[in-house]
Write a protein that binds this ligand. Structure first.
Ligand code: XMP
Length: 543
């Protein structure tokens, strides 16, 4: 299966027509991936609609290639470049082909400039959700009422004085949506869940504008993944890094299914040191320790688990490091070193990890096109070259689709609904140097926060929550003595897939209780604050 369309050779065209034959469709949409953090969500939106979406490389695909492929529609995604200061690689003749085209954010700015519009850096940048006023009736917004919520994250703006028809505006963007002939554009991101009617906009674009009529039946994603894994693994030995979180657990269950009835072997490694207070217990409960209760639930213990205590190694590697990126890299080196050692000991042929698409994208990886992708942060499980090939069956998934696969194949709900936790663990929740003391404080405050969220029945209502040991200090008085303690920052978000998030509006009495418990029970803490930023502009983790 062709993953990125780079040029229209006879081979690639015949590969694509074979894919279309299998999908029983005569139509495809070409997505020029300009490096947006969200472009994979566009692929997923179209997949949900049953539309074949092929990712194209803007750096190599020319108008002639597009003509040969004859897509029903084209989408040009957003990206970190700026048409004003850093024009992205793209053959602008593609805009003149007469094929319906939807530009999203940067993609909109690109064609707006091409048809003579003014695109300038905006003094009022827009991040977060805004209300879209629909100004002209258009098939793109059919069935959508004005004042719908949309998520914007852009710094460049399109001037209202161009030849296009303005379809909609938001408070700071007079041209939030526009059309010129066969070119449509939106400054916001219809692919994220915060854009309330985004799915409807893609549906309108595909079926009302591009005239697509075929929808291929949604195939069973987990079955296909299991079959592919089975073929790839054969009788091999697989080492899996288990964290007690949902992604690596889903991968373990996929492997279990794929290895059924074969001579393949699976071994799990749990790395202790920078983990949450209860991670190890989850791994023991669901994968290793004998328990009658679990046996009654029909769960068996099918992985040999080895726990590696790497606390000292982590502390040594992190000593003296205060920059978050440096700390992430130091953590990743230890992670790699331990897994390499275990690969050798076990004689593993593969290493399996729960890497998600989000991890790749934020690390500047993902769809391999020539467009620049911003490195938001280095994820612990990306960019490592192991001595054996990696198995990452969830690398095309985001959190909600990975959980969906887990539900499909019977992963216990208790594991699936656990909040995501970053691989670099508490390292990204400690500002400044990671020491034995700061690790202990980070673990204690996480324990209290999560315990209280569960007690207040709020745990399941938020997507993720965390507690950070910041470098700020608060002067205080405990008893009759003056004190100087850490400022702890709590955060919690509502999200669907982690690409975007809204800060969770937790009740004040709850925050009050957590704050009192933390300052009373953890001696080193002087004050507690709550973060109220969304993603974007912030990211979910502190570091
Ligand atoms: P951010 O902070 O980038 O987080 O908005 C998105 C999601 O990814 C998690 N995260 C990581 N997960 N390795 C991981 O496995 C990492 O290096 C990493 N950094 C962030 C984060 O907790 C959130 O759920």
């Amino acid at each position: 299966m062709l993953t990125i369309f780079k040029t229209a050779t006879t081979e690639t065209l015949s590969e694509i027509s074979e894919e279309m034959r299998v999908r029983k469709t005569a139509h495809l949409v070409l997505l020029f991936s300009m490096g947006s953090q969200f472009d994979h969500l566009i692929v997923q939106q179209l997949a949900r609609l049953g539309v074949y979406c092929l990712v194209a490389d803007p750096a190599s695909v020319k108008a002639d290639d597009v003509k040969k492929l004859k897509p029903a529609g084209i989408i040009v995604s957003g990206g970190p470049a700026s048409v004003a200061n850093e024009p992205p690689p793209f053959d602008e003749k593609i805009f003149d082909l007469g094929i319906p085209l939807l530009g999203v954010c940067l993609g909109f700015q690109m064609w707006a400039k091409h048809v003579g519009g003014k695109v300038t850096p905006h003094d009022k940048r827009e991040f977060g959700t805004h209300s879209l006023k629909i100004l002209s009736a258009d098939p793109l917004f059919e069935g959508i009422v004005s004042d719908t919520k949309v998520l914007q994250t852009h710094g460049d703006a399109i001037g209202p004085d161009s030849i296009m028809t303005i379809l909609g505006s938001t408070e700071n963007a007079p041209v939030a949506a526009g059309r010129y002939k066969h070119l449509w554009g939106v400054q916001f991101h219809p692919e994220v869940t915060e854009t309330a009617e985004g799915a409807r906009m893609y549906e309108n674009f595909c079926f009302k504008i591009c005239g697509i009529t075929d929808r291929f039946p949604a195939h069973n994603v987990s079955e296909e993944k299991i079959a592919r894994l089975g073929e790839r693994i054969g009788k091999a030995k697989v080492l899996i890094a288990l964290s007690g979180g949902s992604d690596s657990s889903v991968v373990a269950y996929l492997l279990k299914e794929a290895m059924k009835g074969s001579k393949a072997q699976l071994k799990g490694i749990y790395i202790r040191g920078i983990d949450r207070p209860d991670d190890e217990a989850y791994v023991q409960k669901y994968f290793a320790a004998p328990s009658e209760a679990l046996a009654k639930e029909g769960q068996e213990h099918w992985i040999e688990i080895e726990v590696v205590d790497a606390t000292d190694k982590f502390l040594k590697a992190l000593r003296g490091k205060t920059d978050m990126r440096e700390k992430r890299l130091a953590m990743r080196d230890v992670y790699k070193e331990i897994l390499e050692e275990k690969i050798k000991e076990f004689g593993a042929d593969f290493i399996a990890q729960g890497t998600l698409y989000t991890d790749l994208r934020e690390s500047g990886l993902g769809h391999a096109t020539g467009a620049r992708v911003a490195e938001i942060k280095v994820h612990h499980n990306t960019g490592i070259t192991f001595s054996v090939p990696e198995i990452t069956p969830l690398s095309d998934c985001v959190k909600d689709s990975a959980r969906g696969i887990g539900r499909d194949i019977g992963v216990p709900e208790d594991l699936l609904v656990r909040h995501p936790f970053p691989g670099p663990g508490l390292v990204v929740r400690i500002e400044g140097e990671v020491t034995e003391e700061s690790l202990r404080v980070a673990r204690e405050i996480d324990g209290i926060y999560i315990e209280e969220l569960r007690a207040a029945k709020l745990y399941e209502t938020v997507w993720q929550a965390g507690a950070v040991v910041t470098a700020s200090r608060q002067t205080g008085s405990k008893g009759d003595d003056a004190t100087l303690g850490h400022v702890v920052a709590l955060w919690a978000v509502w999200s669907v897939n982690g690409f975007t998030a809204r800060f969770a509006q937790l009740p004040y009495d709850f925050l009050d209780r957590v704050s009192r418990r933390i300052t009373n029970e953890v001696r080193e803490v002087g004050a507690v604050v709550y973060r109220i930023s969304d993603k974007p502009p912030a990211t979910i983790e502190w570091g």
